[in-house]
Design a protein around this ligand. Structure first.
Ligand code: FMN
Length: 181
């Protein structure tokens, strides 16, 4: 696994506050992580120790060299309602979304950890997007318990508990399993 490239997309929801832990866990397991944040994720990153990880923001200029090696794996943690739906519909108008759409098109092993409340997940687009992404091979991990089969919305008032209870090993177990299959 040494020097294998992990593109870590992160979106604007409270679970982004655990990104630093994910970078350290990735390196302990031999991954070389690159962080690709959405604009909305930034407030959750400002206060964290991100261990000097390369952070790739915005599109590169036309003559600029590529900023990351080819991805061996991609994870989006957290995946917001907005990003998950945009990704599923093939919307690539930002660098994080282009990264996610390309991961799907290239069948790169990909894990998503959605994080959204009932108000958002009851919108009909949500379940349609999840179905499409799962059918395309994305491993969708529940932030409550790491399960793949079901996905619970984050109940109002429990966000802190969910963020603190989240374990990055759930993501890395799925990436390892996807790489084996
Ligand atoms: C304090 C705060 C908490 C938020 N929590 C969530 C959330 O849990 N899930 C979600 O889908 N969006 C949440 N949002 C809204 C997203 O940040 C917003 O939809 C944003 O446009 C998402 O952009 P992105 O998908 O490019 O990161 C939150 C916004 C704020 C300011």
């Amino acid at each position: 696994m040494s020097n294998h490239t992990l593109l870590l997309v992160t979106c604007g929801a409270p679970l982004a506050s655990r990104l630093g832990d994910g970078i350290r866990a990735a390196r302990e397991l031999g991954w070389s992580p690159y962080v690709i944040p959405t604009d909305a994720a930034q407030p959750w990153l400002d206060e964290q120790d991100l261990a000097d990880v390369p952070i790739i923001v915005g599109n590169r200029k036309p003559h600029e060299p590529r900023r990351t090696p080819t991805a061996d794996a991609v994870a989006v943690v957290p995946a917001t309602f907005h990003t998950l739906n945009a990704w599923a519909t093939g919307n690539a108008y930002s660098y994080p979304l282009t990264t996610l759409c390309a991961a799907l098109g290239s069948r790169t092993p990909t894990v998503a950890v959605p994080y959204a409340s009932h108000e958002l997940t009851n919108h009909p687009a949500w379940s349609a997007s999840l179905t499409l992404l799962r059918q395309a091979g994305v491993r969708v991990v529940d932030p409550h318990d790491g399960s793949l089969g079901s996905l619970e919305p984050v109940t109002s008032g429990t966000g802190g508990q969910v963020v603190n209870g989240f374990r990055w090993e759930w993501v890395f177990e799925q990436l390892a399993s996807a790489a084996r299959s």
